[in-house]
Every structure is written in structure tokens, then in C-alpha cells.
Design a protein around this ligand. Structure first.
Ligand code: IMP
Length: 182
């Protein structure tokens, strides 16, 4: 089993979540960055991991995620970050104004790479786009996302409650399972 892996991210919360899940494997955080190609998030994460591995030459992970809205064929998907920066949650609610189908999901891809293997792990959480923003917790689309079988948005849940359900946790759990079998 690997003793240590590096998480290429600028987001300490993501790294902390990964550390909790992957314990006793040590998760080091590194913000060396990688080019984000415009493609499916599976390819964004894999390409990022390969790029970072060329420089770091140590086992590492890259995570990429997004919100996918069924009524808009998976938009904003790989553009989630840009769309959130530009039209924000208010813009998404405007797009959804006359939509009956509010189904959507978050997806997370964790790409792992070492000298022998490149592998991806997927996590998904399904839910609905709320009719209005609710809650102050979390980040991004959390205030407009209601996970299936719940009546609160991610934004109304504290970090622990959200992380129990999150797409990222599911992907990291699969990575954990695989790493501990090696
Ligand atoms: P990235 O994987 O950090 O690039 O995330 C892409 C974008 O998807 C973020 O900027 C958020 O807008 C959105 N996103 C990803 N995961 C979440 C989440 O757990 N909650 C809310 N928004 C998220």
C-alpha cells in the first residue's frame, strides 16, 4: 500500500476531506497546478494528473467536478466553474424559471496516477435544482442543490452532513478501497 499521495489542488477543504477518507495514507497538498483542457471532466482530471506527474514524479491525484442539469443536456458540466463565476446561482435559477424538470446531479472524477497506473474513480449525487437559493454553508452551487430524498439544499447543511452525501466523497471512497487493496 502507498504510504503517501499528493493531492494537486489549491483547495484545502478538498485535501482535508481526502485525508479523512484515505487515512492512514498521508495526503500531501500541492498547488503546482495543471492546464484545464476544455473537455469532459473525466479527461480534464486525467490530463491534469498526467501533466502534474511529469513534473512531480510521485503518486498523485487530481479531482474535477461539475453540476449537470438534465433539462439542459448536462449544462454547465465541465464549464461549471466558469458559469458559476459569470451568471452565478441567480443566472441558473433564471434559466430554470419555467422548467418542470429540475433533475440534476453533481459528478466528481478523481484521477490517480503513479509510475505504473492511471485510473479514474467516479462519484455522483443526484438531486434537484431548488426554486430559490437557501443556506449559507458550502460553496458554488450548494445553495441551489437539493439532494434526492432531502428537503434541504447543500447550502443548508453543515460541512459534515454534506460530505456524507457528496459526489467527491463517493469518488474518494472508491479510490480508498482500491489503494488499500494494492
Ligand atoms: P472544480 O472541480 O473545483 O473545478 O469545481 C468545478 C465547479 O463545480 C466549482 O467551481 C463549483 O461551482 C461546482 N462544484 C463542484 N463541486 C461542488 C459542490 O460540492 N458544491 C457546489 N458546487 C460544486
Amino acid at each position: 500500500m502507498k504510504k503517501q499521495i499528493t493531492f494537486i489542488t489549491g483547495n484545502e477543504n478538498k485535501a482535508r476531506e481526502a485525508q479523512e477518507i484515505l487515512h492512514p495514507i498521508k495526503v500531501k497538498i500541492s498547488d503546482i497546478g495543471y492546464p484545464e483542457i476544455q473537455d469532459k471532466i473525466e479527461n480534464v482530471a486525467t490530463n491534469g494528473a498526467e501533466n502534474a506527474f511529469k513534473r512531480l514524479k510521485k503518486p498523485l491525484i487530481v479531482e474535477d467536478s461539475g453540476l449537470f442539469i438534465d433539462a439542459y443536456n448536462g449544462f454547465p458540466g465541465p464549464y461549471s466553474s466558469y458559469v458559476h463565476q459569470t451568471i452565478k446561482n441567480k443566472g441558473i435559477l433564471e434559466l430554470m424559471k419555467n422548467q418542470k424538470n429540475r433533475d440534476c446531479h453533481f459528478k466528481s472524477i478523481v484521477a490517480y496516477i503513479d509510475k505504473d497506473t492511471t485510473k479514474i474513480f467516479k462519484g455522483k449525487v443526484v438531486g434537484k435544482i431548488a426554486h430559490q437559493q437557501k443556506g449559507k454553508h458550502g460553496f458554488g452551487y450548494d445553495p441551489i442543490f437539493i439532494p434526492k430524498n432531502k428537503n434541504k439544499t447543500f447550502g443548508q447543511m453543515d460541512m459534515e452532513a454534506k460530505n456524507q452525501l457528496s459526489h467527491r466523497r463517493k469518488a474518494l471512497k472508491k479510490l480508498d478501497h482500491w489503494l488499500k487493496k494494492q
